[in-house]
Design a binder for this molecule. Structure first.
Ligand SMILES: [Mg+2]
Length: 259
């Protein structure tokens, strides 16, 4: 972590497409690493899942997991460090059932899905699905019907919790943790309050990250950007990447660094 510029990115739907393919961004990731520009994953994924991605992408920079629940890194000598920010899963899990009762509808946690149901929701099987199901700081669950989402958010907030929506499912987490706060904690931890940050995301759970960075980029899917970003893109506050997923990610990153 020597550069003053950081690339902080969501993974699913942003760097990766819906089949978890990030190959269109691979050469740009390598180019960033050659220039010692950190590529910092900031994702809903678990630490186990991100470790595997980091290994495949040959990244050595810190990473933010479970929607800002914790930050992990290593000191260069193989020693891992963790900054815990969120509310532990053991506290959160029973509260999802309480919220379901309050709402009067079942809320189905990712960790309780069968292999076939988990595959249908995430496209993951076997150990890859298990890595996504073993949570430490969040409880992902199947997003309820649109007309119930507002009430669910309100009920969660009354219990000191929050519900955020990712690109495949929703996540229950403590009210105090989100991707933006995790970025601020990471800057403090690294002594880099002056880091110039490019942030990239695709879904409502990325809003706190995009609000916390110097340049925010919305990466669209094949059908265009998520409607939650329409105003921010129209006003120019957020930039829209010129192509979906990894391809748009790579173009936006190169433009930022060369501009
Ligand atoms: Mg996403």
């Amino acid at each position: 972590m020597t550069s003053n510029r950081w690339v902080v990115s969501d993974l699913d739907g942003t760097l990766m497409d819906h089949a978890y393919d990030w190959s269109p961004a691979a050469s740009t990731i390598r180019w960033l690493q050659q220039q010692a520009i950190p590529v910092i994953p900031c994702t809903s994924k678990t630490a186990e899942e991100v470790r595997l991605f980091r290994h495949q992408a040959e990244l050595r920079d810190p990473y933010i997991v479970e929607n800002g629940g914790a930050i992990h890194g290593d000191d260069g000598n193989g020693e891992e460090w963790t900054l815990a920010i969120g509310t532990p899963h053991a506290v959160l899990r029973p509260l999802l059932d309480q919220l379901a009762k309050d709402l009067g509808t079942a809320l189905q946690a990712l960790e309780d899905l069968s292999e076939a149901e988990g595959d249908a929701l995430t496209g993951l099987r076997g150990e890859a699905l298990a890595r996504a199901q073993r949570r430490a700081w969040t409880v992902p669950f199947i997003t309820p019907a649109a007309e119930q989402r507002g009430m669910l958010k309100q009920l969660a907030s009354e219990r000191g919790l929050q519900v955020v929506q990712g690109n495949r499912m929703s996540h229950l987490l403590g009210a105090g943790s989100h991707k933006g706060r995790a970025l601020e904690e990471l800057k403090r931890h690294q002594g880099k309050s002056d880091a110039l940050v490019l942030g990239l995301g695709d879904s409502p759970n990325d809003v706190p990250l995009l609000e916390a960075v110097d340049q925010a980029v919305v990466v669209p899917g094949a059908q265009g950007p998520h409607p939650v970003f329409a105003d921010a893109i129209a006003s120019g506050r957020y930039q829209l990447a010129p192509a979906p997923h990894g391809e748009g990610w790579a173009l936006a990153v190169r433009e930022w660094l060369q501009g």
